[in-house]
Design a protein around this ligand. Sequence first.
Ligand code: F6R
Length: 602
Amino acid sequence: MCGIFGCICEAAVPVLVDGLRRLEYRGYDSVGFAFISEGRIIVMKDKGSIDDFVRRVDLDSLDSRIEVGIGHTRWATHGAPCKENAHPHLDCTGSIAIVHNGVLENFLELRAGLQARGHAFSSNTDSEVIAHLVEEGVRSGIGLKGALASASSQTRGSMAVAALSSAEPDRIVCFRRESPLILGIGPKGVYCASDIPALVKYATRFFLMPEGSLATLTRGGFTLESASGEQIDPCAVGVDWDLAAVDRGGYAHFMLKEIHEQPLAVSNTLRISAEYVARAASLLLGKRILLTGSGTSYHACLCASYLLNSLGFDARAIISSEFEEHLKGQPLGEAVVVGVSQSGETADTLGAIRHAKRLGARVLGITNTLSSSITSLSDAYLCTQGGPEIGVAATKSFLTQLVALEMLSFRAALASGSLSRADYEGVVSEMASLPAKISSILGRLDRLREIALKYADRRDAYFLGRGMNVATAMEGALKLKEISYIHAEGYPAGESKHGPISLVEPGFLCVFVAPKDSSRQRIIGNVMEMKARGAEIFSVLTEGDGELVEVSDEHFEVPESPEYLYPVLCTVPLQALAYYVATYRGLDPDRPRNLAKSVTVL
Ligand code: F6R
């Protein structure tokens, strides 16, 4: 939620704009910049996206000698998305500017205290209290760094902050607690950002700010220290993403690019070292397995829970935001929690993991971001190899999560003895066929474009599946609803007759995920029930399934495969369907309203 970028380099203004643009997936309700120019702070901010802002505001009129600046792209938590609530926030004197990513739990109390001491507020945000607390520290003579350390000790909650003071015009001071902040050094400058994609173009070395640390960035580099003032040695992280990986690379949208990157993302994930997978799998043995994630990542958990149960484990998928309530009163000493998250920063998933750890559970993290909070909390982790995912709707991260979870499940089954070595080898070779099968689906996306055109004006849709493909259906519905704003529900197909079917009338769209697996015969019954009520049937089915083609109005074929590969294969056409429907409706699939890529609030 929210992106921060800061830089100290020549011609800082275009660098800030570019860096922030690469963080817009974290939120795009409003945008703002603060620069130091001739010893003064200039703030420019407004509602809306960076592109709107740049069109309205004459950034070229700014002094090209500006070298120090910070910027922010916002996903509103406290206070409506409007100019006043946009960051940066200033103190009462206009000589301190801060940008903040996170949520302060005690801001009401802090704000009341600050107001009683004469501070005037110009926004409804929680973040503005930081500017005023820093102002008090600076006024007491402890300098910007001391003042930010003092402000951080008075606040509770998540807080990644970059701050400027006109009294110390050569530097940016940063603090980080719970929300991520990464520092970068390159040939032309020093940078800080909420995420690595914003830094890739400028930095050659990357450093994670440790929890609770302060960094002072100057032209010569940065120093890092704990809140109590002890020097900390920076910990470099290896980043092998090139610029092409974080740019659109000729595609109209990141989402489409990322859909097309799936064969590569899956084959990279299949290359995760067997030793890592075996180590992670050993954590599952003899344990009750609780898989947890949010949104799309929860769907990956749900799918894996079916597979793990079929392999003889005791597995349950629980939505992260419900984890604590769901397991209230249960001891978790015998459990292993598998926390699944693309970003590794989702507050609900972090909350579930922290709760489980407090109760004695071991934690296995599956994230796409090695340097994330979830990996650092985990006893073991697997890093999916999806590469940067910028589009707000999860695509390649879902496929790589499914693949990583399957690798893990089968490896655990081999170790537990429920799967023979020969069967395991068979699974490994089937999984190796996935990238080519996904490519063959991508080669036929034109067909989905036609189907999408037909359905683009629908108001509602059901997505129905059975077994592991309940998760596929739920994922298809989530994709459609979040980027096209069509009301879509994913359901177990057998459950539809217990209520949902009452909405079905002639022309109602029902998307069936119905490959040739063990539930295929039963799902045909569900198709017939819907058809009998006049529903329009679009089936994702196995190639050559003439019987299902016959009863479907539209269909899309996926290659014949073992049952456990179908969720991966059947998801791809559903992603593309959602993408094309959104674009036909004139919507930007990379920026669905009210959403952000990384949801770091509870
Ligand atoms: C949907 C989507 C979200 C995320 C969810 C969890 O397309 O992207 O539902 O899956 O916010 O995010 P991560 O995986 O980063 O924990």
